[in-house]
Design a protein around this ligand. Structure first.
Ligand SMILES: [Zn+2]
Length: 103
């Protein structure tokens, strides 16, 4: 998957369109990512011995195609390609050709 945990992304569609945030979790099998403060759902938690209860906020996964990677070099939302350098696979920013580590 072209977007991985720790990446900065820009949301390009949906109710959080335009938001820039960090990927907290990536699920390549489902093509989904969880982005900090994006696609928030509120969940009601009952009060019990262990927690206070009330309303908590949780990020719900979004499809990876709803986000674009913010290139750390050119600071723009960019399309990502792949390249091999010395036998190692990297992502590459299609705008500035910066190599981006693929964990
Ligand atoms: Zn770039």
């Amino acid at each position: 998957m072209k977007i991985i945990k720790g990446d900065k992304v820009k949301i390009i569609t949906g109710k959080n369109k335009g938001v820039e945030s960090t990927v907290m979790k990536a699920n390549p099998r489902k093509n989904q990512i969880i982005v900090e403060n994006v696609n928030i759902a509120t969940k009601h938690v009952k009060k019990d011995r262990l927690n206070q209860g009330g309303i908590i906020k949780v990020e719900k996964p979004i499809n990876v195609s709803n986000a674009m990677l913010m290139c750390p070099k050119c600071k723009k939302p960019s399309r990502v390609g792949y390249t091999i350098v010395d036998g190692k696979k990297y992502r590459i920013c299609k705008k500035c050709k910066e190599l981006l580590v693929l964990k």
